[in-house]
Design a binder for this molecule. Structure first.
Ligand code: GRF
Length: 195
């Protein structure tokens, strides 16, 4: 039986934060890990309200310090962060953080990488590209984060159909359902494996 302590997750998110809310909720009932910090870079991010509602510390970050300074490593260490989960975070993760948290940073992408990834491919831009390419299926990719956009090793993928009459909204909704269903479980499994 493992006697390891409960692990601390930081979620980096700068959008509406529906995945963040889902992950926070999931880990409330778990003994493996809990969400201790929300990191965001946009003062209007919906995720801030989610942090407040759940009484989780939040940290707004500035680009200069994040990309060219100490990358907020002291703040992450002070919060006891063990794992970093990106859920709608658009800045590239600096090498300082990658090196400190190697194989402990994961991202979710709303399509089947390596297709439809890279800089600028986020949110509805991804779904528009999938629809324009007349793909028959899309899905989610959960992967490790390295120095490059959407490039780290894939941990998990699952698919959903794309229908001829789909809009970006209908496709986004189907993909979001997969995210809610699988992302917390994949995070949990990864943390258990690293114990
Ligand atoms: C998700 O679709 C995720 O795949 C992507 O950013 C989106 C975040 O959505 N990386 P939300 O803010 O969690 O609703």
């Amino acid at each position: 039986m493992s006697t390891s302590r409960i692990k601390n997750i930081a979620i980096f998110a700068s959008g509406t934060g529906t995945n963040a809310a889902n992950i926070i909720q999931y880990f409330k009932q778990k003994k493996t890990a809990k969400v201790v910090l929300i990191v965001y870079n946009n003062q209007f991010a919906g995720v801030l309200k989610i942090a407040e509602t759940n009484s989780i510390h939040s940290l707004i970050i500035q680009k200069e310090k994040f990309l060219k300074g100490d990358a907020y490593i002291p703040e992450l260490k002070n919060a006891g962060v063990d794992f970093i989960v990106l859920a709608g975070f658009l800045w590239k993760i600096p090498a300082l953080i990658i090196n400190e948290y190697r194989d402990k940073i994961i991202n979710i992408h709303p399509a089947l990488l390596p297709k439809f990834g890279g800089k600028g491919m986020y949110g509805n831009f991804v779904h528009e590209a999938v629809l324009s390419a007349k793909e028959k299926e899309s899905g989610i990719t959960i992967h490790f984060v390295d120095e490059f956009y959407d490039n780290g090793k894939t941990i998990f993928q699952t698919t959903c159909p794309v229908y001829e009459n789909d809009t970006t909204e209908t496709l986004a909704k189907r993909v979001h359902e997969l995210e809610y269903k699988y992302f917390p479980k994949v995070i949990e499994e990864l943390i258990e494996k690293k114990q």
